[in-house]
Design a protein around this ligand. Structure first.
Ligand SMILES: [Zn+2]
Length: 122
């Protein structure tokens, strides 16, 4: 059986420039990986032992040896121990939120803005 990327809208298989990565063992990272997949697949109840996420969902900095692989000196990409996937596949509604762990800056409420205008008026 060939492993595939479990991220919805991706299903990459290993090929040149794409490697598959098994879920981390540590609970903190494991949860972050699962949360990432759940954002693309509602109600996903994985991962199983065969679940993998492909390298295209990680930033270049997530890899220990990205440069070596790009230069052809190494074949397989290795992830940093604490790497978390954050790049959504193109064409899904999540792709615009790439890097999407950032929280939007809260806008001041209209009441607050009114108060500021009043203060300026005084
Ligand atoms: Zn993928």
């Amino acid at each position: 059986m060939v492993n595939r990327s479990v991220v919805f809208g991706c299903s990459n298989v290993p090929k040149k420039g794409v490697s598959l990565h098994e879920f981390p063992v540590k609970m903190k990272e494991w949860k972050a990986w699962k949360r990432f997949v759940c954002r693309t697949r509602n109600g996903w109840n994985g991962p199983t032992n065969n679940s993998t996420i492909c390298s295209c969902h990680f930033t270049a900095e997530s890899f220990v040896n990205k440069m070596q692989v790009d230069m052809g000196l190494a074949k397989n990409l290795f992830l940093n121990k604490d790497a978390i996937p954050c790049v959504y596949p193109e064409g899904t509604c999540h792709s615009q939120a790439a890097g999407g762990l950032a929280t939007p800056t809260p806008q001041p409420s209209s009441a607050m803005r009114k108060r500021q205008v009043l203060q300026v008026g005084l």
